[in-house]
Design a protein around this ligand. Sequence first.
Ligand SMILES: O=C(O)CCC(=O)C(=O)O
Ligand SMILES: [Fe+2]
Length: 319
Amino acid sequence: MTTVADQSSFTFTPEEAARFERDGFIGPVKVFEPEEMTERWKTIRRQLVDRSLAIYPESGNRNNISNYDRHLDIDLLSEHIMRPEIVDRVASILGPDLLCWRSEFFPKYQGDEGTDWHQAATFAHGTGKPQIVWPTEEGRPAFIGTITVWTAFTHSTKENGCLQLMPGTHTSMNYDESKGMDHDADAINQRVKDGIKRGFFGYDYRTLQKDPNWKPDESQAFPMVLKPGEAVIFWSNTMHASLPHTGSKSDYRMGFAARYVPTQVQIYPGTEGLDEFGDGIDLTHYGAVLTAGEDKYGHNRIARANRRGYEFTPRQVRL
Ligand SMILES: O=C(O)CCC(=O)C(=O)O
Ligand SMILES: [Fe+2]
């Protein structure tokens, strides 16, 4: 008897599925061996500087959004978002037809503040306008949020600002993203919240709290320590934050977040641009990537290849 290699070997076991449903996150999961990740990051870091095919122009701002979606021009990042280790697991949560609609870098350098506690459902937080819209059932969205896969490109430790998550907090929102926030780049690294230096890249996420007197319960925080090449997968509406970087200069933290939704979700509906974090980008060259299955809805513009010609081949995940 011959055995056929199981294409979908990274889908969740029933235990993993139950744990994810209970906690709203799972990790660490291995995407690459640490040595391989370190090598890949060396190359990616060099290639990031060449913006000739990046889909957004360069910005002078520090916490800028011009490095969003570099998977649309850097082959190693294009390949990263398509990795079976990631896509199969995301399909276990969202089903077999998947789009990657956003990637972002999250660096922390020596002395940087931690990231504010937050939950994201529509990603309207910066603009007041939803960036993703789920279909409604009986007038309400069937689901909220996106699945984020945050991969550590370097070591992510308590000293250099690892992510923190609060298990089980994905079932209700403490924030109203439609309120909008005022951006103030001068506030970066200036605020201490419950004894911890934190901010949200020039925003103060506390201004979105439904109850202004409520405080996140720090005792619920789980520190997600990751080796290079390990990832955490979480619902964006799970309470998450990160610690300040109190470590040494050479030990910087670099996270790469890729965000996924099923094909029925509308991405950037009714807009050709995005203004947030004190920057603006034009979506003319934007496309979502079909990472698995097929797109039966046609709601969104799809990028079939990156701008160097790397073709995105969707996986067919057997669930
Ligand atoms: O890396 C961080 O500090 C924050 C990441 C985050 O909020 C996200 O990936 O949604
Ligand atoms: Fe986040």
